[in-house]
Design a protein around this ligand. Sequence first.
Ligand code: RIB
Ligand code: CA
Length: 313
Amino acid sequence: MPRKIIIDTDPGQDDAAAIFLALASPETLEVLGITTVAGNVPLPLTQKNARIVCDWAGKPDTKVFAGCDAPMKRPLVTAEHVHGKTGLDGPDPLPAPVMPLQDQHAVDFIIDTLRAEPAGTVTLCTLGPLTNIGTAFSRAPDIIERVQEIVMMGGAYFEVGNITPAAEFNIYVDPDAADIVFRSERPLTVMPLDVTHKALTTKPRVEAMRSLGTPAGTAMAEMLDFFERFDVEKYGSEGAPLHDPCVIAYLLQPDLFTGRHVNVQIETQSELTLGMTVADYWGVTDHKPNAMFMQDINADAFFNLLTERLARL
Ligand code: RIB
Ligand code: CA
């Protein structure tokens, strides 16, 4: 029986890789819907980009919803400097979406789906700021205990921040929503920068995708050609960290990852460290562990999985 998931996302080239990976794995994952949120770029673009990715994947029946266009309490911060003006810079020209956007608001879809599906059978896979999830949990607290698991890309500990010295982008954009999620007491698996920075899009890995010669493979390689320039220059690394597909890969092959179950709290007040994921990695407090905080990945096997699944689309 495939695992039912909702993907909450702000595409984003790395979000696109995660969506491809999920849609290419129907024997393991049933994508109930893709809910989009403002993040890397504003909501009108993230919802459009999610639809373009579903078109490239050849999955036009996927349900895509538009969600929150701003964080719960703070002004929106975007990342065009990383993802480009469109959020999916790379393929030129970027096609217009063909598949439709659902009329229902993403938050209502999340609430209705969690109420309709049997309790404990829906996993939330979050790839962007947690605004949609935090809003849904606030508006309908009854759905929280019905969530099977939350698997998210966000946060950092040893790797520290990428948008500020202290914070990772997804958490920083909406720390209040993140605080709600980390306090939800639901099973929580986190892919922080500590692990995603070990999944680098080296040239051989990108060329393996390009050589598939398929719409998804070609689009993915062209997106990564663009996406990597920022991180290569910033970190001097060979390739860029492919953050978001780590979330989906965990559901497909959890043994690719290792981490530690620790207490993680979110800084929501200090302007200096706003959005910091304060992980008690060494157990120096008596705070109850609330997150499986991943630290390591088998990067070769991860990229082999991603490329093998891309070939299916
Ligand atoms: O910090 C990396 C995260 O922020 C990724 O999810 C990327 O897509 C952006 O949303
Ligand atoms: Ca993202």
